[in-house]
Design a protein around this ligand. Structure first.
Ligand SMILES: C[S@@+](CC[C@H](N)C(=O)[O-])C[C@H]1O[C@@H](n2cnc3c(N)ncnc32)[C@H](O)[C@@H]1O
Length: 241
């Protein structure tokens, strides 16, 4: 499948799930050993805590889905949400939440530069290929204010060796469903993605919340000193002194 076919499949899959998405999530959260939904709402809560929002700030949620995260957000925050599935976002309209919605994706954010204090995303990043993840960093950085932050809660593993451990754990536990899940979806390799974020000028922190769910936070704290400027200064000093 090429890139566009994959995207069409993801949209159609989420359009089909939209109607009873919330009910299914709540039901699945109660099932024992459901690794996909393990600590699902704890991830939402922790993503919001790490997003460090203050009254009057602008927040963008990418892959907003049916707005489960937005049900936890104070009305004092200006919330904007984008998604590739319009059917998922239609469910938010029925909830009467204070959210401005647009169609968009990690790689095509329909907002102007430096609009947002925080960008968050829950359980959507695994739909991107490694290349799309890398490209999304620049697009998210474009719409992020200086000193802003990106907080992503999703399926991840620390590095290739820990991924092997995880696969072995699922093999020994007879969890062919989870092995298929790891083959079908693109869990984020934290070590690799951390390097991409750091090379783009972010300071990175991360934490594990469940067997497969982690949160990565990227602080745009070096935005006032982009690395290209620093390199130029080093170059100038070297030759002038
Ligand atoms: C599993 S749902 C999670 C929804 C919500 N964030 C939550 O935590 O309940 C994943 C969502 O990401 C959206 N999505 C998938 N790929 C995307 C992309 N490239 N850009 C934006 N949204 C995307 C899907 O349409 C879907 O609504």
């Amino acid at each position: 499948m090429d890139k566009d076919q994959v995207k069409t499949k993801i949209i159609s899959c989420h359009n089909d799930q939209a109607e009873d998405y919330d009910e299914r999530v709540i039901k699945d959260c109660k099932k024992p050993n459901n690794f996909i939904r393990e600590k699902y709402f704890d991830v939402h809560k922790e993503v919001l805590r790490m997003a460090d929002l203050k009254a009057g700030e602008n927040l963008l949620d990418i892959g907003i889905g049916t707005g489960l995260l937005e049900e936890m957000i104070s009305e004092e925050i200006n919330v904007y949400g984008i998604d590739i599935s319009e059917k998922m976002m239609e469910k938010i309209k029925q909830k009467n939440l204070k959210v401005e919605l647009s169609k968009g994706s990690f790689n095509k954010i329909p907002y102007e530069d430096k609009r947002f204090n925080s960008i968050v995303s829950c359980f959507a990043f695994h739909h991107l290929s490694d290349k799309e993840k890398e490209d999304s960093v620049l697009e998210m950085k474009r719409v992020l204010k200086n000193k802003g932050r990106i907080v992503i809660g999703d399926f991840m593993y620390l590095n290739e060796s820990r991924k092997k451990d995880l696969i072995e754990k699922f093999q020994h536990g007879g969890r062919a469903d989870m092995i298929k899940e790891m083959e079908d979806e693109n869990f984020t390799n934290i070590d690799s993605f951390r390097k991409i974020l750091e090379e783009s000028g972010f300071d990175v922190e991360y934490k594990q919340l469940s067997t497969i769910s982690w949160i990565m936070k990227a602080n745009n704290s070096r935005a006032d000193n982009p690395s290209s400027d620093l390199k130029e200064k080093v170059y100038d000093l070297g030759y002038k002194n």
